[in-house]
Write a protein that binds this ligand. Structure first.
Ligand code: SF4
Length: 152
């Protein structure tokens, strides 16, 4: 039976990015077809109730692990603290992983929610994990990004 996989909805071409655009990735689509996987599109930030378009956000303290441990912070471009929304986003997305029995997630790199290896900390790209990616990893999911699937 084909397996389900959570996929950042913006990678599938859905206009869920903060600026109302998408991050369509042909490499992700090709991988899903090649592996006969059923994508479950998720946008953690929309699941948390944040609007689209929405202000750009980045970490101001720690990374996704720190958010889960209640010692990190994420702010929007107007310096509003939006940490709680990103925590909620992680929890809601994890519920979908559990509901669908997904053991793999393909997530957009560098997002404060979806980044699996890189994030923005105070507008600078740095090594770290997004809040939802960290939550899914804690739940035992394997994480891939579009960068892992693109031809080198
Ligand atoms: Fe894409 Fe994730 Fe940002 Fe939603 S939260 S737009 S799925 S990177």
């Amino acid at each position: 039976m084909a397996k389900t996989v959570l996929v950042s909805s913006c990678l599938l071409g859905l206009p869920t990015r903060y600026d109302g655009t998408d991050n369509y990735s042909q490499a992700v689509i090709d991988y899903l077809r090649q592996e006969n996987l059923i994508p479950i599109p998720v946008c953690p930030e929309q699941l948390s109730g944040l609007p689209t378009p929405r202000p750009k956000c980045w970490f101001t303290k720690g990374d996704g692990e720190a958010i889960l441990n209640h010692c990190g912070a994420i702010c929007d471009e107007s310096a509003n603290n939006v940490t709680e929304a990103f925590y909620r986003a992680a929890e809601e997305t994890c519920k979908i992983a559990e509901m669908t029995g997904s053991s793999l997630a393909i997530l957009k790199q560098r997002s404060p929610s979806c980044g699996s290896q890189k994030i923005y900390l105070n507008e600078q790209i740095t090594a770290g994990i997004g809040a939802t990616a960290a939550r899914l990893k804690r739940a035992g999911l394997k994480l891939l990004s579009e960068e892992d699937l693109e031809p080198k």
